[in-house]
Ligand binder design. Structure first.
Ligand code: NAD
Ligand code: 89Y
Length: 339
């Protein structure tokens, strides 16, 4: 399968490494408006076909799919362009800045009869996937409570400066993953309410968010995220879980330690991510999940099935992001279907 990468920035390098891990997939062309970034990725991964304009790349190259690794404001135009060329699409999170854009993008690829997957990779992290699998397998019975927590003081702004200047920050950038993981474990959401704060005075958006979710099943979740938490040991980029089920409990603690307690006893499992040769700590957890989700995309294309984080599925995660901002702004409880 031949792919074209659009966006050669901070995160794309992980995606390029990830594709190299997958047999039968090759990124044969790359695109970025920024010449220096295009050269850097092109030279590093030995890709000769380089474009500063995505429309030119898609007109000139024979591709099966595009991998969109640009920031959110460009996603809709690029996804619709790819759909017009009849290509399968994998697009980075956050899918769009509005539900209207996200729905239009999803419809464009569906109308073209192609596969649309959002690069929503946290649910493919080793520890989170082990927790999802355990709950889905009924290891703790029906879950009635989940706390999904991401609290850190790690400097994400140096690698991704737009995180300090965008109007929206932690929910759209990071909370989106934690909300997605919570959906994967606890099911769909019927209502939510959110409180947001900006603790770091040097940034524009919110760096702390606390979100209360009521699920269709009747269960409750708390999603709490912070980039203003000064603590040792620093746990970036780990999402921690506390899940209570009718017959047991599951805890995903710092250091990739998964504990499942039931009447039958206690299981403690090391769910550490593998460290690819191209990866570096502490990012290796995220980097492994990039390779895993891209492998999932390739398998879905080969087998003609819908990916777990398809456009359709991701609309429901994005509605939680939008809902959290609405709830915080209007100080009220939101139903995702309002959005
Ligand atoms: P970045 O700004 O470093 O890189 C984006 C690149 O896209 C830039 O080089 C820019 O010139 C290029 N670009 C923008 N619009 C373009 C267009 N229309 N045509 C061609 N090139 C264009 O951003 P980043 O930090 O690499 O983030 C990219 C995306 O990845 C974001 O949506 C971000 O949220 C996401 N991300 C995901 C994860 C994850 O774990 N899933 C982690 C980090 C970032
Ligand atoms: O952009 C974010 C993401 O998706 O994962 C971590 C991150 O890089 C910073 O919050």
């Amino acid at each position: 399968m031949k792919g074209g990468l659009i966006g050669c920035g901070f995160f794309a390098v992980n995606q390029m490494h990830g594709w190299q891990e997958i047999e039968g997939v090759e990124i044969v062309a790359i695109c970025d408006r920024d010449r220096a970034r295009l050269t850097e990725i092109g030279d590093k991964f030995d890709v000769d076909a380089r474009y500063s304009d995505a429309a030119e790349m898609l007109a000139a190259e024979k591709l099966d799919f595009v991998d969109i690794a640009t920031t959110v404001e460009s996603h809709r135009a690029l996804v619709e362009l790819a759909a017009r060329h009849g290509l399968h699409v994998i697009c980075q999170k956050p899918l769009a800045e509005t539900m209207e854009d996200a729905r239009a993008m999803n419809a464009a690829v569906a109308d073209a009869g192609r596969v649309f997957m959002v690069h929503e990779n946290f649910r493919w992290q080793s520890g989170l996937r082990a927790a999802i699998d355990a709950v889905r397998a009924g290891k703790i019975g029906e879950p009635f409570f989940c706390r999904a927590s991401f609290r850190s003081g790690y400097d994400v702004y140096s690698g991704q400066p737009y995180l300090a200047t965008d109007e929206r920050f932690i929910i759209q950038d990071l909370g989106i993953h934690v909300l997605d993981v919570t959906r994967a474990i606890m099911g769909e959401v019927s209502t939510l309410s959110a409180s947001i704060q900006r603790v770091n005075p040097k940034i524009r958006g919110e760096d702390v968010a606390t979100i209360l979710l009521k699920h269709d099943s009747g269960a409750t979740s708390v999603v709490d995220c912070s980039y203003a938490t000064r603590q040792q040991p620093e746990t970036f980029p780990e999402t921690l879980l506390e899940i209570d089920g009718e017959t047991g409990t599951l805890r995903l603690d710092a250091g990739y330690r998964l504990t499942i307690q039931t009447a039958g006893g206690e299981d403690v499992i090391d769910v550490s991510p593998r460290l690819y040769p191209w990866a570096e700590k502490p990012w290796h957890n995220i980097q492994e999940s990039v390779a895993t989700i891209q492998r999932h995309f390739a398998e879905c294309l080969r087998q003609g099935r819908s990916p777990e984080t398809s456009g359709d599925d991701n609309l429901r995660t994005l509605a939680l992001v939008e809902g959290a901002y609405f709830s915080a702004a209007e100080a009220r409880t939101i139903k995702p279907e309002e959005l």
